[in-house]
Design a protein around this ligand. Structure first.
Ligand SMILES: Nc1ncnc2c1ncn2[C@@H]1O[C@H](COP(=O)(O)OP(=O)(O)O)[C@@H](O)[C@H]1O
Ligand SMILES: O=P(O)(O)OC[C@H](O)CO
Length: 495
């Protein structure tokens, strides 16, 4: 038994990576799947398509690695978080498409909850703020909207899950309905201090608790994948939301360590140890990981659009064919123009939390073109990160600003990483392994299987590929950031 299979089910693609006993990736496979946008601000996924993409990438990675499935000691699953699914326990059929984390359809209900003065109750228990981002109000929408759903749910016939729960259910042939603490922490239904589902919140949102999964540690026995799926019975031993798995993969095990992941969105997590830091700056308090029954907390800043702005250049505007063309274009942009894109396509996340804002472009001239759009798109990611980190430093003031460890698909862009260092005025560390999300999930499973070392020795294996040092003049940096803040303000007031 010398391998671990990591399944990384992301917002735009599913990936499977086989890791060896030395924690190095052996082979991988990846598959994109369909994004459904039925209305403005709505985003859905077909849960069966997700399941099939996971199955086929997992099989392909095992095939490519040329290993015997029986030699896999365990499976680690990491997933896009908050995305909400309800399925029928008897038939195993989803009752509706999955409602994706980016989806804003429950914005109106969130406003009602806030107006009913329920935010304090939610924040005190879950560490979150009221926003359509989290699963709770999406789940309520499904129960209210899908015919017969509420009656069936009350009768215990329906199961709710985030994508980890769905994949475990499918892999185990319906034997396990479970999740881990990091995923539970994103539902807006879970009490992160008490470590259990909150009946107060479920009552208020009218969610029958019968439909909620059992919550386990991030390294635990989640069930056994049936042989018909991957060629052998394989235990599922590690589960974490993708941002938490990246925190683990970046070996941010000590309080004060910070990572930021650039995929579809961008998520910065600061390890706060056993302290549940309550943000004064509209950041989230969440669970970083739960090992051996012990919870480690984090402060999180969540940005909904990072790499997605590059996808928009490609799919929406058609000005590039591939993401990596953006940096060449950005280099050609006219220094005399200051085009700013505020990519609030699905509202603004931390620290603004403006669910109903939509994107805006500022500073256009007759000669603004693809190069200026590409530069503004990449810069928007740096600007948003600075807003997050400023909020984080205000909440975690007694320490020196931590070094930022970055990962995720977009960190392949040197241009973006250099601008990030410039606008932060601080160094940015990019590790050798950019697939830290999958690595984190693999480590959780391998740790549970006894194949991988404990956190301290695992952390020693973290290797730096490159540090981006800030080069921008300080006055220019502040002027640029001030222009961005004005653009955000104007975007919000245009809602
Ligand atoms: N060279 C690049 N320059 C800019 N953006 C990139 C580059 N490569 C990938 N991206 C962006 O990174 C994202 C993919 O990252 P990934 O970590 O796979 O995301 P996810 O897990 O959310 O599906 C896409 O949104 C893509 O546009
Ligand atoms: O799929 P990603 O990597 O953009 O991550 C999505 C997050 O988990 C949403 O909270």
């Amino acid at each position: 038994m010398q391998y671990i299979l990591a399944i990384d089910q992301g917002t735009t693609s599913s990936r499977a990576i086989v890791f060896g006993s030395d924690l190095k990736p052996v082979e991988s496979a990846q598959q994109e799947f369909t994004q459904h946008f039925p209305r403005s601000g709505w985003v859905e996924h077909d849960a069966m398509e997700i399941w099939e993409s996971v199955l086929s990438t997992a099989r392909a990675a095992i095939d490519k690695a040329g290993i015997t499935p029986g030699d896999i000691a365990g499976i680690g699953i990491t997933n896009q978080r908050e995305t909400t699914l309800v399925w029928d326990r008897e038939t195993g059929e989803p009752i509706h498409n999955a409602i994706v984390w980016q989806d804003r359809r429950s914005a109106e209900y969130c406003r009602e909850l806030r107006e009913a003065d329920f935010e304090e109750t939610i924040t005190a228990r879950t560490g979150l703020i009221i926003d359509p981002y989290f699963s709770g109000t999406k789940l309520r929408w499904l129960l209210e909207t899908v015919e017969g759903a509420r009656e069936k749910a009350t009768a215990g016939k329906l199961a709710f899950g985030t994508i980890d729960s769905w994949l475990i259910w499918k892999l185990t042939g319906g034997a396990s309905h479970v999740t881990d603490a990091t995923n539970a922490a994103r539902t807006m239904l879970y009490d992160i201090a008490k470590g259990r589902w909150s009946s107060t919140i479920c009552d208020k949102l009218d969610i029958p608790m019968e439909m909620l999964p059992k919550v386990l540690d991030s390294a635990a026995e989640f069930g056994t994948a049936q042989a018909e799926h991957l060629g052998a019975e394989i235990p599922i031993l590690g589960v974490a939301g993708d941002q938490q798995a990246a925190t683990v993969g970046q070996a941010c095990f000590k309080p004060g360590m910070l990572k930021s992941t650039y995929g579809t969105g961008c998520f910065a997590l600061l390890n706060t140890g056993d302290e549940m830091v309550r943000s004064q700056n509209r950041l989230l308090t969440t669970i970083a990981y739960q090992l051996d029954g012990k919870v480690t907390y984090a402060l999180e800043g969540s940005i909904f659009v990072a790499g997605a702005v590059v996808q928009w250049l490609r799919d929406g505007l058609g000005i590039i064919e591939a993401a990596d063309e953006t940096q060449g274009l950005a280099d050609q942009a006219d220094d005399g123009q200051d085009v700013i894109i505020v990519p609030a396509f699905t509202g603004l996340g931390a620290p603004y939390w403006e669910a109903e804002s939509r994107g805006a472009v500022f500073g256009l001239t007759r000669s603004s073109g693809p190069a200026e759009f590409a530069r503004a798109a990449l810069q928007s990611v740096g600007f948003q990160t600075r807003d997050l980190l400023e909020a984080m430093q205000a909440d975690w003031a007694d320490d020196a600003p931590p070094t930022l460890r970055v990962d995720g698909g977009m960190t392949a862009s040197d241009w973006t990483m250099q601008f990030l260092a410039d606008i932060l005025g601080a160094p940015v560390d990019r590790p050798e392994v950019l697939e830290t999300t999958a690595l984190g999930a693999a480590w959780l499973a391998g740790y549970k299987a006894g194949l991988y070392p404990g956190p301290e020795d695992f952390a020693k294996g973290w290797a730096l590929e490159r540090t981006f040092e800030p080069q921008m003049d300080a006055d220019l940096r502040e002027a640029r950031h001030a222009a961005w803040k004005r653009a955000v303000k104007a975007t919000i007031s245009a809602t």
